[in-house]
Design a protein around this ligand. Structure first.
Ligand code: IVH
Length: 695
């Protein structure tokens, strides 16, 4: 049985199909949370959980950049304004911040910034650290010293005009001193102190009115009151930490400007300036230690490059500045009892242990399952059934078991024994050397694997049979009508039987038949993907289709490639994007006699459309084998590859005598040398760009 909604797969183990599906689900989920948070002031999950959703989304996008959606949450800040407030356009967009969750992330941030700026190891880079308060951001525009209007962040470009309400906030000046520029937008956070929040909630309860979940919601709900008389009664406050449009530069550094804001009468944070990661982490420690004694809630520390000229050079990435990052405080943890360990069997036979927990609320969400990843993980943490465990909703959303509370372990507890047989089919479960996963050896006799494979076969990016979903596959499997993929195409022979089943009317049978018949013709890459070969996602399936053009050629080549000395093997691993371990899985798949039967059977039912290379006859690179090496400056490696492939070139990962062009970026090494030896044409990045410029 699969756990619905549990993201138990590590990003690095995700298949492309799952990644696609998950990105889609995440976009929807995050969008809904944005609405709950920004429009309704009523979030249904904790901020930490929300961050994890976004983090997982970004991690999947980083691994599969081509799957990034048009409506990706990564490119969005907040939610569109939808209220009775007038809308206002921000003259300079209101940005959000990227997140760091570990010391390593902070080091990466520092390295990234230094690298971007080309700082050598001696150059000093000042970064300041300040608390990250949990409220809602606001932009207040002053013209000729007078408060003109104030907008909430909204979606980053259009916010709500909340001027009347902002006028009631005690610590926001209505008038700036003479040294303020003619136009200045002061930005910062509206928030409520913890004590004020408690008092407000008490009053609300006495009145029978809405009680707020946390100070942030109380602040948001109070600021977004249509009646400013109500806002006036709410104890809102404001911290200034950023700015929007300014008619003249406010200072040289972030810390100068904060001082200036303070001199104008704004409340500002205490800031710490550091010269290295150690300094930042020590500021983080100090702020974290003081957290509990602060009158307001903070959820992390924000690091900002101090010099404004450097900030300008660094610029921004989609929704957040490259020069700043929020270092979040750790995720919430909770203690519960691990009641059982279940084993799930996936499409490729991997046995994944799942902890069944006594349900517990962590960071506002009830958790009853946690992934245990594999045997090693269980051994390393010595996790046993009936143990008291600390769990946490960690970085990639999947609840994790952090540790076992040994003092509470019962005396007769015994170590967990990972099953030696598959719980679904009883076949041996083995763990190959160097692998973390334990796999069922049952192959297609294992019902779990067979069913999962069939589900994959009909899934959206494979045969895309919308009339034959996962539920139906299970049903047809149980009734013995579908055992192998080709059985799907023989289903029509069982029409009479199906018609006797409950819920199957003439119309639904017709629909089913149509959705199957429509797919008797299938593109080669989809077909390869549908086979569910280990490690072969959509992208690899495309690569194979592109390089072998038809199924017979692929089968013949894979037969030859069994010999690692053969040129067929060399050709396979020379395809850029196919490594040795992937090649091994592909070859093994085609070698297996049962799979050969399945292929022959499918061929008798289908017409598989050969891959037709793009008609790029006027492209000088069409059909050419190109290799990229060294550091590229005008484009990333994946961009370069995508562009070359669009022009009809085949991109290979290594140089051989078949290579037509080597594009050598900076510090190109052995590949360049080999190309020179073989007399392969070599271009630098600029020459290549010029070569393809008009295509
Ligand atoms: S700087 C370009 N500094 O956190 C400037 N933001 O998660 C971007 N926030 O949208 C914001 N304390 O609402 C900044 N010291 C601080 C902050 C802070 C809280 C909020 C702000 C921002 C969100 C990003």
């Amino acid at each position: 049985m699969k756990i619905e909604g549990l993201r138990e797969v590590r990003v690095e183990d995700l298949s492309e199909l799952d990644a696609y599906a998950e990105l889609k689900a995440l976009a929807k989920e995050i969008h809904q949370h944005d609405k709950d948070y920004y429009q309704n002031d009523e979030p249904t999950i904790s901020d930490a959980d929300y961050d994890r959703l976004r983090q997982r989304n970004s991690a999947i996008e980083a691994r599969f950049p081509h799957l990034k959606r048009k409506d990706s949450p990564t490119d969005k800040v907040g939610a569109p304004v939808q209220s009775s407030f007038a809308k206002g356009q921000h003259s300079v967009p209101m940005l959000s911040l990227g997140n760091a969750f570990s010391e390593e992330d902070v080091t990466d941030f520092n390295d990234r910034v230094r690298r971007f700026l080309g700082f050598d190891s001696d150059a000093v880079l000042e970064i300041e650290a300040e608390p990250k308060i949990d409220g809602l951001s606001l932009s207040i525009r002053y013209e000729a010293g007078k408060l003109k209007y104030a907008l909430t962040r909204g979606d980053g470009s259009v916010g709500e005009n909340v001027t009347q309400n902002v006028m009631t906030i005690g610590n926001i000046p209505h008038q700036l001193p003479d040294d303020a520029p003619d136009i200045v937008e002061v930005r910062g956070e509206v928030y409520m102190d913890k004590n004020d929040f408690a008092t407000l909630n008490q009053q609300q309860e006495e009145k029978g009115a809405k009680v707020f979940a946390n100070p942030r919601n109380a602040a948001a709900g109070s600021l977004r009151q249509l009646d400013s008389e109500i806002t006036k009664t709410r104890p809102l406050k404001f911290f200034a930490y950023a700015w929007g449009e300014v008619s003249e530069q406010l200072g040289e550094t972030q810390s100068d400007i904060i001082k200036r804001f303070s001199s104008w009468g704004f409340d500002t944070y205490d800031i710490h300036v550091a010269n290295d990661v150690k300094g930042l982490l020590s500021a983080y420690q100090t702020i974290q230690t003081n957290r509990a004694s602060l009158p307001y809630d903070i959820d992390g520390v924000v690091y900002k490059v101090n010099r404004l000229d450097l900030q300008a050079r660094l610029g921004m990435i989609t929704r957040s500045p490259r020069w700043a990052i929020a270092h979040k405080f750790p995720a919430e943890q909770a203690q519960t009892i691990l009641e059982a360990i279940d084993i799930q069997v996936g499409r490729t036979g991997v046995l994944t242990p799942v902890a069944r927990l006594k349900p517990i609320t962590v960071g506002g969400v009830v958790v009853s399952n946690a992934t245990l990843h594999n045997d090693d993980e269980i051994k390393r943490k010595d996790i046993r059934i009936n143990d008291h465990v600390i769990i946490q909703r960690a970085g990639d959303v999947i609840p994790q078991v952090v540790s076992v509370i040994l003092e509470q372990r019962s005396e007769n507890s015994t170590p967990y024994e990972f099953p030696k047989t598959c719980p679904e089919c009883g076949s041996h479960a083995i763990r190959e050397e160097g692998e973390a996963a334990t796999r069922c050896t049952g192959g297609l006799i294992c019902p779990a694997q067979a069913v999962e494979r069939l589900k994959h076969f009909v899934s959206r990016n494979a045969f895309d049979m919308d009339g034959l979903g996962a539920k139906n596959i299970e049903k047809f499997w149980q009734n013995g009508l579908i055992k192998t993929p080709a059985d799907i195409f023989r289903l029509k022979d069982h029409q009479a039987t199906i018609a006797t089943w409950e819920g199957w009317k003439e119309k639904s049978i017709e629909n089913l038949k149509k959705s199957i018949e429509d797919k008797r013709k299938i593109a080669l890459d989809r077909f390869i993907y549908a086979l569910g070969i280990r490690q072969v996602g959509q992208a690899t399936a495309k690569l194979l289709a592109k390089n072998y053009l038809n199924l017979d050629a692929l089968q013949t080549a894979m037969k030859e490639a069994c010999n690692p000395e053969s040129s067929a093997y060399e050709d396979l691993i020379n395809i850029d994007g196919i490594g040795q371990s992937m090649a091994q899985d592909i070859i093994e798949f085609f070698e297996e006699s049962h799979n050969q039967d399945v292929l022959e059977d499918l061929k008798s039912q289908l017409s598989i459309i050969d891959f037709i290379p793009p008609t790029t006859s006027d492209s000088p690179v069409a059909g050419k084998i190109v290799v990229f090496t060294g550091t590229l400056h005008t484009m990333t490696r994946s961009e370069a590859k995508a562009k070359a492939e669009n022009l009809g070139a085949k991109v290979s990962g290594s140089v051989s005598k078949k290579t037509d062009i080597l594009i050598a970026g900076d510090s190109a090494g052995s590949k360049r040398k080999k190309a020179e030896e073989l007399g392969v044409q070599i271009m630098n990045e600029e020459e290549w760009q010029a070569f393809i410029a008009d295509l």
